[in-house]
Design a protein around this ligand. Structure first.
Ligand SMILES: *[C@@H]1O[C@H](CO)[C@@H](O)[C@H](O)[C@H]1NC(C)=O
Ligand SMILES: *[C@@H]1O[C@H](CO)[C@@H](O)[C@H](O)[C@H]1NC(C)=O
Ligand SMILES: *[C@@H]1O[C@H](CO)[C@@H](O)[C@H](O)[C@H]1NC(C)=O
Ligand SMILES: [Fe+2]
Length: 454
C-alpha cells in the first residue's frame, strides 16, 4: 500500500490504531474522551500513549519549498539506545585519497554478488564505494556505491546521518522496512531513503544494485521550463509507504548501524526501531517506477542533451548546476532525420557514472553489461565505440525503436570524483581493455570533398 505524490504533506496511521495521529495540532491534543489508563488521560500525552519525535530533513528556517520534516508517533523514541561504537566499514569509504587520481575512461564488468554458500552478506556488509568526492562534514559531495548481497538484515537497521541514498536495484527485488512503512522495490524501480531515515533491507536471493548518495541536498523533480506542466517524471507516480509498526522487544539486542562522517558505528537497543504507529510530514522515503517516465526527445533532427532524461536532481548552490542528477535512457522511438542518432562524442565539465539495469546500451552494444558500470570523469573524452559509429553512420534513417528492453542510467555530477581503491583494484572488475573500443575509429576526412551545387 502506498500514497502517491512527490514531497506532499502526507498523513498515515497504521490501521490497527485508528486515531493515533493527533488532530488539530502537531504535538498532541486534549482528547475529549479518554477511556484509557490515567497516564494517557493527561492532555499532553499523545493518543495511545505514543511519543512524538520530529525528524528534520532541512534547517528549521529553510524557505517553505525546501522545508522538510516529519512527525513520528512511536512506541519509544529513537534516543533510547546504548552508546555508538565504531565498527569496520568493509569496502565502504569516504576517503577519496586512497589511490592516485585516474583520468582514464573506466569501465567495470558486472560486480560480483556473493554466493550464499560462501558467506552471508547483508545489505550493509555488501556496500562497496566505487567513487565520490566532497565531504559529509561540510555537507557537500557525493558517494557512488554498489551493493551486492544475499542475506536479509536481521534485527539490524541502517541510519545514514551523512546523506540521502538513491537506490537503483539491478538484480533482485528488495523489501525495505522503514520507520514510515514498508517499500518493495524491484529492478527498474528506484527508491530514495533520505538522511536519517532508519531502514532494514530484506532480500530474496542474489541481489545487486547501485546507490547514489548525496550529502547536503535532497532530490527534487527538475523544473520543466518550456516543457510545461506535464512530462518527465510526474509527481503522482512517486509512491510513499503507509504507516506500519511492530511492537517487538529484542532481548538479544537490536543493532542500529549509523553511517556518520563517512564511518560506520553500531549501537544496541532492546526494541525494534520500526515502532512508528502514525506519522505526518513531507520528509519521507519514496519509490518510483522508471516505466512511468514520460520521455521527451528530438522529433525533427539533432539531439536533445541527456538532461532531457533527468528523473531527479540534487541541486548545488549554483543555479542550474547539480550536485548530482539521476538520468535514465528509457525505451523510446528514434526519429531524427539527417542525424547521427546515437549519443554524440563528448567532453564534459561534469562527471558521468553510468550503470545498466538490463538490456544493451545503444552506444556500446558489447562490453557494457547489466550490473557493470562506467565512469567518464571531468573532461574525459567518451562517445560511441567504433562499431557503433560505422554502423549508425551508414544506417538508413527509419523511425526505429531505441533501447527496447533496456534501461541504462547515469549519475551525473558537478564533482570531479575520485575512484576508490576498491573500484580500481580490490573489486578486480576493471576492464583494462576499455579504451580499445575507440582504437579502430579512423579518419574519413577527404580534402577533395565538395559541397553539391543546389
Ligand atoms: C571487499 O571487496 C572484496 C572484493 O569485492 C571482497 O572480496 C571482500 O570480502 C570485501 N571486504 C569486506 C570486508 O567486505
Ligand atoms: C540517525 O541519524 C540522525 C541524523 O541523520 C541522528 O540525528 C540520529 O541520532 C541517528 N539515530 C540513530 C539511532 O542512529
Ligand atoms: C542466496 O543465493 C542462493 C543461490 O542463488 C540461494 O539459494 C539462496 O536462497 C540465497 N539466499 C537468500 C537469503 O536469499
Ligand atoms: Fe557524456
Amino acid at each position: 500500500l502506498y500514497m502517491s505524490g512527490f514531497g506532499n504533506e502526507f498523513s498515515s496511521e497504521d490501521p490497527r490504531c485508528p486515531g493515533s495521529l493527533p488532530e488539530g495540532q502537531v504535538h498532541t491534543h486534549p482528547q475529549k474522551l479518554r477511556k484509557c489508563d490515567s497516564f494517557i488521560n493527561n492532555p499532553q500525552v499523545c493518543p495511545y500513549g505514543l511519543y512524538a519525535e520530529q525528524l528534520s530533513g532541512s534547517a528549521f528556517t529553510c524557505p517553505r519549498p525546501a522545508n522538510k520534516r516529519s512527525w513520528l508517533y512511536r512506541i519509544l523514541p529513537s534516543v533510547k539506545h546504548k552508546p555508538f561504537t565504531a565498527v569496520p566499514c568493509g569496502n565502504l569509504t569516504e576517503n577519496w585519497n586512497e589511490v592516485e587520481p585516474d583520468p582514464n575512461q573506466l569501465r567495470w564488468l558486472p560486480f560480483t554478488i556473493p554466493k550464499s554458500t560462501e558467506k552471508k552478506v547483508d545489505f550493509v556488509a555488501g556496500l562497496h564505494t566505487v567513487c565520490g568526492a566532497g565531504d559529509a562534514k561540510s555537507r557537500n559531495g557525493i558517494g557512488i556505491h554498489v551493493y551486492a548481497c544475499n542475506t536479509s538484515m536481521v534485527d539490524k537497521c541502517f541510519n545514514n546521518s551523512d546523506g540521502d541514498f538513491l537506490i537503483v536495484p539491478q538484480q533482485g527485488k528488495i523489501l525495505i522496512t522503514t520507520e514510515f512503512g514498508k517499500i518493495m522495490v524491484k529492478p527498474n524501480e528506484i527508491c530514495v531513503l533520505q538522511q536519517g531515515m532508519r531502514f532494514s533491507v530484506d532480500v530474496f536471493g542474489e541481489t545487486r544494485g547501485y546507490i547514489l548518495e548525496v550529502y547536503g541536498a535532497h532530490f527534487e523533480l527538475p523544473d520543466l521550463g518550456p516543457i510545461g506542466a506535464n512530462g518527465l517524471a510526474n509527481p503522482r507516480d512517486f509512491l510513499c509507504p503507509v504507516a506500519w509498526y511492530e511492537d517487538r522487544t529484542v532481548a538479544t539486542g537490536y543493532t542500529v548501524i549509523n553511517k556518520y562522517q563517512g564511518k560506520l558505528f553500531s549501537c544496541q537497543q532492546d526494541f525494534s526501531p520500526f515502532n512508528v504507529v502514525a506519522w505526518h510530514g513531507n520528509y519521507t522515503p519514496y519509490k518510483y517506477n522508471l516505466e512511468n517516465f514520460m520521455v521527451i526527445n528530438a522529433v525533427a533532427f539533432d539531439h536533445a542533451d541527456p538532461s532531457i532524461f533527468t528523473v531527479l536532481t540534487a541541486k548545488s548552490m549554483r543555479p542550474g548546476v547539480a550536485i548530482a542528477d539521476f538520468v535514465i535512457f528509457p525505451p523510446r522511438w528514434g526519429v531524427a532525420d539527417r542525424t547521427f542518432r546515437p549519443p554524440y562524442y563528448h567532453r564534459n565539465c561534469m562527471s558521468e557514472f553510468m550503470g545498466l539495469i538490463k538490456g544493451h546500451y545503444e552506444a556500446k552494444e558489447e562490453g557494457f553489461q547489466p550490473g557493470g558500470a562506467s565512469l567518464h570523469s571531468a573532461m574525459t573524452p567518451h562517445g560511441p565505440d567504433a562499431e557503433c559509429f560505422e554502423k549508425n553512420s551508414a544506417a538508413e534513417l527509419q523511425p526505429e525503436r531505441v533501447a527496447e528492453g533496456t534501461m541504462a542510467f547515469m549519475f551525473e555530477s558537478s564533482f570531479s570524483m575520485a575512484v576508490t581503491k576498491w573500484g580500481l583494484q580490490t573489486c578486480q572488475k576493471l576492464d583494462k581493455s576499455y579504451y580499445q573500443c575507440w582504437e579502430s575509429l579512423h579518419s574519413h576526412f577527404n580534402p577533395n570533398w565538395k559541397p553539391s551545387k543546389k
